[in-house]
Design a binder for this molecule. Sequence first.
Ligand code: 5GP
Ligand code: SF4
Ligand code: MG
Length: 465
Amino acid sequence: CGVFGVLGVADAANFVALGLHALQHRGQEAGGIVCHHPEFGFNSAHRFGYVRDNFTNATLMQTLPGPLAIGHVRYSTAGAKGAVIRDVQPFFGEFSMGGAAIAHNGNITNAIALRRELIERGSIFQSSSDSECIIHLMARSLQKGIPERMEDALRRVEGAFSIVAMTRTKLIGVRDPLGVRPLCLGKIGDGWVLSSETCALDIIGADYVREIEPGEMVVIDEKRGVQSHFPFRRVPSRFCIFEHVYFSRPDSIIGGRSVYETRRQIGVELAREAPVDADLVCPVPDSGTPAAIGYSQESGIPYAMGIIRNQYMGRTFIEPTEQIRNMGVRLKLNVNRALIRGKRVILVDDSVVRGTTSRKIKQMILDAGAAEVHFRIASPPTAWPCFYGVDTPQREKLLAATMNEEEMREHLAVDSLKFISLDGLYRAAGEAEGRNNKCPQYCDACFSGEYPVAPSDMIEKGFQL
Ligand code: 5GP
Ligand code: SF4
Ligand code: MG
């Protein structure tokens, strides 16, 4: 998901709509905005579909006045799949000291247990979302202020959260102690911005100030500006390495590092670790593009657009049902036949999850007359599900959970298949010494099976670490 908030500009909701549009790659199912105006109070709109199809409507935007607004784009990882508008964030709660709204990116790993406890004690849930627990925990807190209630609530929450929240006068940003999901701070005129990624600051012309640190809470108001504190026990951070590989936009800066540069460097590492003689290096667009550029630069094999992407399709993986996902490949990608015929092609993609996309792409390339197909993958084999906000399927459905590299190569029926090593990935992400196995610098659980927070709901349901 993507979260965004603005304080201290006229018609903040318009800025939020633009910010969400720049974060659309983080969630395409639905979007929502909550805003506050001193005279008109809180207003909100929650819609399915793209930001550009909803929050560009002048009549709608006129119903969202005021200098303070937050928003969310949704990619369902928890709760009901498909169309339930009540699951669309931001969530709103009315407390004795006034209203508050929250938008959450990440996944709460003890949400089932929390929900059970909250319902037993009288909470009435509106949605099936894990994030709603936070509102109910806030309602039960005895603290006087909303930020303090939020702190109380979040101390009970396990897992990943990057949150943008608001009260009548305050914009609030928080990251979980591990800092799994990104969140950054920007400045626009006298106003302030919180955003999942820096690419959304660029779109509104805001200046990047800094990242919100893992475990940090910032409370921003017009009088006092940004006030920062660290409400949780401090632990070494574990940012999601897959944000660098796939999830974030390549023009974003994360941890002081360009996502594009990390991806290009992954390609360089891959070319060193897994060279092969071939005629062309082709990305599976768009997610494989920077790594393919790096592979080509390092190997000297020409880069070419062997697969053309229809720009009017979204991200296939993020479509919530398997059926749509399956169709999606053909709707979205087509082979550049004239280029491919008779060529030995290196295909670079970001990841192999179920293997369904990869198989279809391989077939399309062969049908177009390629002489050889070599897959190079910009992440290690995805052998474990993510419980922190990326929607990987159950373990059994992950190709790498049941097959080794050679079996996967046979299954995909390609001439060769190589994944970047975990150390190579860490080097590409700027860790010259590779992965620190005693205290890994990133979360890489989907590759290593080492979960930095025990997924307690899932363990209760029988998941085996
Ligand atoms: P597969 O071949 O496993 O069916 O699909 C892999 C493709 O799904 C890759 O091209 C990757 O870009 C795309 N993808 C989209 N969203 C995700 C995601 O959340 N996780 C992973 N690992 N891959 C994703
Ligand atoms: Fe990121 Fe993978 Fe960790 Fe999930 S399990 S947070 S996708 S590194
Ligand atoms: Mg892809």
